[in-house]
Design a protein around this ligand. Structure first.
Ligand code: 5AD
Ligand code: SF4
Length: 508
């Protein structure tokens, strides 16, 4: 590294302080004074200093834009898919905010980024549909720049299609190099050609870049990335790569900073949190991590997602049962109730195993809400197999379930299976399942009506400004009379009326 370069990194580091005191501050990062970074020096090699250098460059671009246009540029972020993507988007927004972009509420903006999902084909189709709309906007505003990132971009066929048929896209990157967003943004603004940077894999976890939280009182926290399970229908292991756990000290430090900034509820995120820590140099279990999170002052609620039944340990059940902070909610994807189909899905548990696990959990934590994911129409699924799924749904009595029509994902083993289920049969089963799931969920929700529950107030009500909306420990929603200043606080609410998936209530 040359002298000048070293100086710029050192000056960046020395201006490092945590900007966290303001209770309602949603931005979180080791704030580095970007003006102290010499953008005419060579970029540093190491991370995250390199990204801060490019943030300083992008900030200069934003200032130039402002000088020319008399206003700052607007950026719009659209997230598709799961909570992991939502968290990634907070990181993208944190960077855009740090370099001076204003947040746009629609695609009529100077910069639009779609953080895509590819878990089902529908998700891909949605993105292609929206790209058509972006093209018309770009014709009206030729200075507009369009970026695509996320899981869908890890598929070669997708990138080939965009390069060929969507030439107006300016930047494409994937899941492994999302931390390089600023560097790629700088390249995009200095380059006329489409910038494409997709990595097949990365062992690196780059921390301490800006993030902009959607809520000041709750936040997702990545505890691991990738997945090693290779369920035969699922594309995630191919687009998110091998499982990597973050070091516990980094996770705890991040949560501690969040708590000091006013976050009281955290959602620990991973594709399979139950296998957290196995690949660390000093292996640690997920249950141990939860116990450490529980010690953090200011954290009142802990949630996590997603739990693979095959790795859910007795130790975890024990820790949950004794915890005062872990929410009374477990998302435990079933996928199918047929042991034969579960084997073909490579899920590594069978119907009895799942039912036994649920029994154990309910015995230890009687008031826990259990929710699930179910796929209908997996290749080879017969009516008998489907009835096994219905049987588990009725036996367990899920508090809620996400139901999906099987979607063929090229590159996965299930896509090669011969006996694909005809769409009409799958849809018919799907409708039957949905009705059953909804009826059971409504019955379960009814059980706690007229009780008083602690609620974290999350927002004002979209339809009625006299109401606010809060969440129970079991993840259900309640609307009740209240004002904006309650947002982020905990109140006791009597559940007066059950509307199936939500309640109306009153503060007591
Ligand atoms: N088709 C339908 N649903 C799928 N899921 C994952 N892959 C597919 C697919 N190919 C569902 C699973 C998973 C949830 C996030 O998405 O149920 O738990
Ligand atoms: Fe996909 Fe299975 Fe991994 Fe979940 S555990 S992300 S369903 S491969």
């Amino acid at each position: 590294m040359c002298r000048k370069q070293k100086d710029s990194v050192e000056s960046a580091k020395s201006f490092c302080h945590v900007r966290m005191e303001g209770k309602k501050d949603r931005t979180m990062y080791e704030e580095i004074d970007l003006d102290k970074i010499d953008i005419h020096a060579e970029p540093p090699i190491e991370e995250p200093a390199r990204q801060y250098y490019y943030m300083a460059k992008c900030q200069e671009w934003v200032r130039e834009f402002e000088r020319k246009n008399g206003r700052r540029p607007f950026a719009f972020t659209q997230t598709f898919g799961c909570q992991m993507n939502a968290r990634d988007s907070e990181k993208l927004e944190g960077i855009l905010h740090a370099i001076g972009f204003c947040k746009a509420e629609s695609e009529e903006a100077d910069f639009v980024i779609y953080n895509t999902c590819t878990v089902r084909e529908n998700a891909n189709l949605k993105v292609y549909g929206r790209l058509g709309y972006l093209q018309t906007l770009k014709k009206k505003n030729p200075g507009m720049r369009i970026a695509l990132c996320g899981c869908m971009m890890q598929e070669e066929t997708v990138v080939a299609k965009i390069k060929k048929s969507y030439r107006f896209v300016d930047l494409i990157f994937g899941t492994h190099n999302i931390y390089k967003f600023t560097e790629l943004l700088a390249q995009m603004y200095s380059d006329k050609n489409m910038v494409v940077d997709i990595w097949e894999e990365s062992s690196q976890i780059v921390e301490e870049l800006p993030t902009q939280r959607k809520y000041f009182f709750k936040s997702g926290v990545n505890i691991m990335f990738g997945c090693n399970n290779f369920c035969s229908y699922c594309i995630v292991p191919y687009v998110r790569g091998r499982e990597k756990s973050r070091e516990p000290k980094d996770i705890l430090c991040e949560i501690d900073k969040m708590a000091k900034a006013g976050v009281s509820e955290v959602m620990l995120l991973g594709q399979n949190v139950n296998s957290y820590g196995k690949t660390l140099q000093n292996p640690q279990t997920f249950a141990q991590l939860l116990q450490s999170v529980e010690q953090i002052e200011g954290i009142r609620r802990i949630r996590f997602m997603t739990s693979h039944p095959k790795d859910l340990s007795d130790e975890l059940i024990e820790v949950m049962a004794h915890s005062k902070k872990i929410c009374r909610h477990l998302h435990l994807p079933l996928q199918s109730g047929s042991s034969r189909i579960l084997q073909a899905m490579n899920r590594k548990y069978d119907k009895q195993g799942y039912l036994h696990l649920v029994e154990k959990i309910r015995a230890a934590i009687p008031d826990i809400a259990i929710t699930t994911d179910i796929i209908v129409g997996f290749p080879g699924e017969t009516e008998e197999d489907f009835m096994e799924t219905m049987d588990v749904v009725e036996t367990v009595g899920f508090d809620s379930a996400f139901t999906f029509l099987y979607s063929k994902r090229t590159g996965t083993p299930a896509a090669e299976m011969e006996n694909q289920v005809p769409e009409a049969a799958a849809k018919e089963r799907f409708n039957r399942l949905l009705e059953c799931v909804q009826q059971i969920a409504a019955k379960k929700a009814q059980k706690i009506v007229h009780t008083t529950q602690e609620v974290l107030v999350e927002s004002t009500n979209d339809h009625d400004p006299a109401l606010v909306t809060g969440r129970l420990s079991n993840n259900l929603i309640v609307h009740f009379p209240g004002t904006e200043d309650l947002i982020g606080t905990y109140v006791n609410v009597e559940l007066k009326e059950c509307k199936g998936f939500y309640y109306y209530g009153e503060i007591v």
